[in-house]
Design a protein around this ligand. Sequence first.
Ligand code: 13P
Length: 246
Amino acid sequence: MRERLVVGNWKMNPPTIADAVSLARAVARAHHGAVSVAVAPPFVAIPAVADALAGSDIAVYAQDVHWEERGAYTSQIAASMLRGLAVGSIVGHSEVRRDLGDDDGRVAKKVLRALAADLRVVLCVGESEDEFEHDETDAVLERQVRAVVRSVGSSQGRLIIAYEPIWAIGTGRPATAEHAAKAAAKIRNVLRDEGLAAEDIRVLYGGSVSSITVGDFAGARGIDGALVGGASLKADEFAAIVHAFG
Ligand code: 13P
């Protein structure tokens, strides 16, 4: 049985570290349940949020890590720097692929580095609107997942995959539960084909998940939770999403 997981990706929010601490406290207060919950604040807020959540059931994730451990990489954060602060990191988010030039090769290196540092990884994959309209979802997932999982090996217990169709992110237009379930099945086919224990690896859905839309995904075959953007910035709304997966 795969444990369900809901992760709030705060992206470049909220405006101050004090606001991040308040949000973290509100998330912890609103959480009473069996579902695993995590939040991914911006790097600068991670220490304060980790402190605020110490002793709670809410885990802290980073939003990215670099593929090297040390060196001349201005602005970047190494996986080892998260030790004691975060249990995992999101890697390969489409916004990082879009804005910071991550490609499958870099994403693969980042995933391996994070796993080697004993972090959990939420690997984000998903097709663009154009690829969706041209019925290329399976081909994109095949490429993105295969590029990364080949060398994951014995760390697979710490790998989580988030299916996030780019056209559904922040648009208020989520994928259908049927499309998400098909994508999860495709992802697991590729994992199986690469020799991984696909039935043990969690697949989350992300893209305009809210308290209104979450019911579809909570009931979708093969979907084990959600990666939530905008709706994770309101503690009550986030709690309602978590509750739906409980
Ligand atoms: P929204 O929930 O705001 O659509 O964002 C999804 C996302 O990108 C989570 O990583």
